[in-house]
Design a protein around this ligand. Sequence first.
Ligand code: WT7
Length: 647
Amino acid sequence: MKQTAESRGALATDVRIWPVRRYVEMHRRSLEDIERFWSEQARKLDWYKTWDRVLDWDFPHARWFAGGLLNASYQCVDRHVKTWRKSKVAIYWEGEGGESRVLSYSTLYREVSRFASMLKRLGIKKGDCVVLYLPMIPELPVAMLACARIGAIHTVIFSGFSAQSISERAEETKAKLLITADGGYRRGKTIPLKQIADEAVSISPSLETMVVVKRTGEPVTMQDGRDHWLSDLLEEADMVFEPEPVESEHPLYILYTSGTTGRPKGIVHSTGGYLVFNHAAYEWVFDVREESVYWCTADVGWVTGHSSIVYAPLSHGAAIVIYEGAPDYPTVDRWWDIVEKYGVSVLYTSPTAIRMFMAQGEDIPARHDLSSLELLGSVGEPINPEAWHWYYRVIGQERCPIVDTWWQTETGGIMISPTPGIESVPLKPGSVTFPLPGVDAAVLDYDGNETRPGETGYLVIRKPWPGMLVDIYGDPDRYKESYWSQYPGCYYTGDYAMKDEDGYFWLLGRADEVLKVAGHRLGTTELEDAAVAHPAVVEAAVAGRPDEVKGEGIVLFVTLKADEQPSTELEKDLVKHMRQTIGPVASPDEVYFVGSLPKTRSGKIMRRVLKAVAAGASVGDMTTLENEASVEEVRRAYEGLRKAAGD
Ligand code: WT7
């Protein structure tokens, strides 16, 4: 049943809670027989051959829709070209400098076919990995869909990442081909992507070929025989290129994300399960309508971009907006300009972005006509009620429900969220409301019992779901260890959560050593490993501290080699080093030089202590601490420097 915008945006305080009971009942039924439930959803896609079994569950490995054959690019493109959607807009692309490109589904079909034929001519085969290091230009989704079309596995690397990050991922996946651009635009400046890619290739023996998209037109060096311009290769490519049917469990992509060790995890997603789950979740959460214009502001380099820009909306034949540049360039109202220009109806963004806009003041969005908006979304970190209300009032003009969606790179798609596409659920600002149908989420205490209402515990998923990761690339032991070893039979999310007396879920941040900086996931160990690689550093420890806009900021504590002295130059150099090793997302907000770090008797860094110091809170029990004096020292260094900085 479709509802009016007003009823869909109801707040829990405005209405009685009765619709929740109905939703809870429907959810309960979906879990009684998940195989029947998910097979009904799977029938909404086009299969070359239907599955023999819905689910093979050999803990902790799931095979969804085994025996089925399909193709992701067929789902997202060919299927629509066979209908009236052939002439419907697929992508509205907005360049940072204001140029635009509009691709209909038939244009997308042609571009994806040619690109796929080019990949085939370069010798890329089903099962090969292809590294995509591209800015937010239409060639990125085209390249992803083209890989999927021939059964190649794409691994997209966020264009803010360093040469070292690219090369690590290329080596692990044994990718032979890297697709990049001459450069990308960010705040009016160009980012030399080809140059960074050159550096990556020079340290990656597996990478043999580079395809370069011309974007900025800046001069680049092209190595004969190794590097090719995309435009040259496409001249030779075939216009029609049929998709290759692949097995449901064939990997669609690998996406790297941080964990609790120094090495990022290559999260592997399947084709069939991933698409079935995302197709269904998108319909429920974003209330898919043919006339809607969807804008997810994430970068395609993150999972949000994979699922909510490319695979889920395109599988529905939706019109999407892709914006190349920064939210505040050339002016702070850039986003509202885009909403107005394309008549965006669904805006899906992060709490960080919302808080940034809040800080700029409400008169900025007020200068624009935002009346096309019907639904708002939030993802990436908990949204504080203040930001929620601002988003609801100033952007949604009290007309649009907010879907606060909880999910992870590993879950593939949205797991807990309001579902206006099924039925409106009264909203509580800051709560992600209820698990989606077919998703068995629970909050457990340390001993594995369900917590009582209002009690904090660990969020787990008790039943497999089709969008779940199928593995960590090349490391099945780590897959089991990271996700399936904390609670018997359950997927462990690594998040703290709480269920209130009405059964609403509230997400309370990470329970492990992972930071969320502006919604990006960064492992403390990964950051520390990067810091100790600096020649002046002996030991490093990282802690998150609350940040009004970014949610969390990075505080880096380091001890130096005997012949090194703390200095502002060294601090700057360390920040630069972190940016070069991981990427600008890893820039520490503060760096402190200390004589020693607080450690347990077994030598483990007491991050809890550092975190408390960085947040200015009480340190708590220190009886397990090996060198108590270091706490005082860390605190003094921290406070002293704050004073020196006039904070
Ligand atoms: C972690 C996953 C999947 C989208 C982008 C992030 C946090 C995500 C929410 C939300 C509270 C959230 C969790 C989760 N998170 N969405 N709506 N409310 N926290 O993907 O980088 O894999 O990070 O982001 O801590 O575990 P990711």
